[in-house]
Design a protein around this ligand. Structure first.
Ligand code: GTP
Ligand code: MG
Length: 231
C-alpha cells in the first residue's frame, strides 16, 4: 500500500489504494475458488479411475493401470497460457477457453488398456466427453502418441453444481517414457534443437511404438486379456 501511494504521488495519478486492494483481494478469492473447484474435479475423476483399477485387480487379478498422476495448473502457467492465447483475464473467460486446468495422466501397460479405460470412463452417465484426440491412431509429426480426452464432471457443492472439465492423457509406459524424454529435450533446446537429436527422437518414437506392438503380441500369447472380453 505504501509503495502504491508512493507511485501514485510521483506519477500524479489519484488512486484509491483501499479500493485497489479490495479489488485485488476479490480477484484473489475468485481464483482460489476456481482452484478448489478444479481440484474437486480431479478428485471426482480420480475416484472413478481408482474404482475401475481396484475392481479389476480384485475380480480378475489384473491391473490395467500402471500409475496415475494428477496436477492442477499453477496460477503462473494458467496466466501465461491465457496471455499467450489472448484470453481475457477474467475467471469466466479463462474457464471457457482453458480446458487443461485440471489434468490427469493415466499410464497403462498395453495399448488395448488405454482404449479400454477411455471406453469405461466415456460410458459413465455422469461424465460428458467434450473432445477426444487420438494421437495413437494419428501420432503428432514429432512422434508423440497418447489418447487425450477432455471430460466434464459434475461437482456437487452445498449451494450449486459446478461442471468441471478435466484433461485426461492416457498412454502406455513406452509412450510416457518417450514423451518425458522429448519434453526434457524440447525444454532444454527450445527452438534450436540440433538435427542429430531430432533424428534420435524420431527414431526413439519408432522404437517405442514397436515396443508397444511387441508387448501386445506377447500378451496375446500369454493369456486372454480380461479387458478384451469386456469391451
Ligand atoms: P496445449 O495448449 O499444450 O494444452 O495443447 P492443445 O490444446 O493443442 O492440446 P494437445 O492435446 O495437443 O496437448 C495437450 C498436452 O499433451 C500438452 O500440454 C502436453 O502435456 C501433451 N503433449 C502434446 N503434445 C506433446 C508433445 O509433442 N510432446 C510431449 N512431451 N507432450 C505433448
Ligand atoms: Mg496443456
Amino acid at each position: 500500500e505504501t509503495r502504491l501511494r508512493d507511485l501514485a504521488g510521483r506519477t500524479g495519478v489519484t488512486v484509491d489504494a483501499g479500493e485497489v486492494f479490495a479489488r485485488l483481494r476479490e480477484v484473489g478469492d475468485e481464483f482460489q475458488r476456481l482452484q478448489m473447484y478444479y481440484q474437486f474435479g480431479i478428485d471426482e475423476v480420480s475416484t472413478k479411475i481408482a474404482i475401475l483399477r481396484d475392481e479389476f485387480a480384485t475380480m480378475y487379478d489384473y491391473n490395467p493401470i500402471e500409475h496415475v498422476r494428477s496436477r492442477l495448473k499453477s496460477p503462473d502457467s494458467l496466466l501465461s497460457k491465457a496471455l499467450r492465447q489472448g484470453v481475457d483475464l477474467t475467471v469466466p473467460a479463462i474457464r471457457a477457453s482453458i480446458r487443461d486446468i485440471a489434468g490427469i495422466r493415466i499410464t497403462c501397460s498395453f495399448v488395448s488398456d488405454v482404449y479400454w479405460i477411455a471406453q469405461m470412463l466415456s460410458a459413465q452417465p455422469d461424465l460428458t466427453v467434450l473432445t477426444t484426440k487420438d494421437y495413437i491412431a494419428n501420432p503428432k509429426p514429432n512422434g508423440y502418441r497418447s489418447l487425450h480426452l477432455i471430460v466434464q464432471v459434475p461437482v456437487f457443492l452445498s449451494r450449486h453444481t459446478e461442471h468441471i472439465p478435466v484433461e485426461l492423457q492416457i498412454r502406455t509406459i513406452a509412450m510416457d517414457f518417450w514423451a518425458s524424454m522429448e519434453h526434457k529435450l524440447r525444454y532444454k533446446y527450445s527452438a534450436d534443437m540440433p538435427a542429430h537429436l531430432r533424428a534420435e527422437i524420431d527414431d526413439a518414437a519408432r522404437v517405442a511404438a514397436d515396443l508397444d506392438a511387441r508387448m501386445s503380441r506377447l500378451r496375446d500369447e500369454v493369456r486372454p486379456n480380461p479387458t478384451d472380453d469386456l469391451t
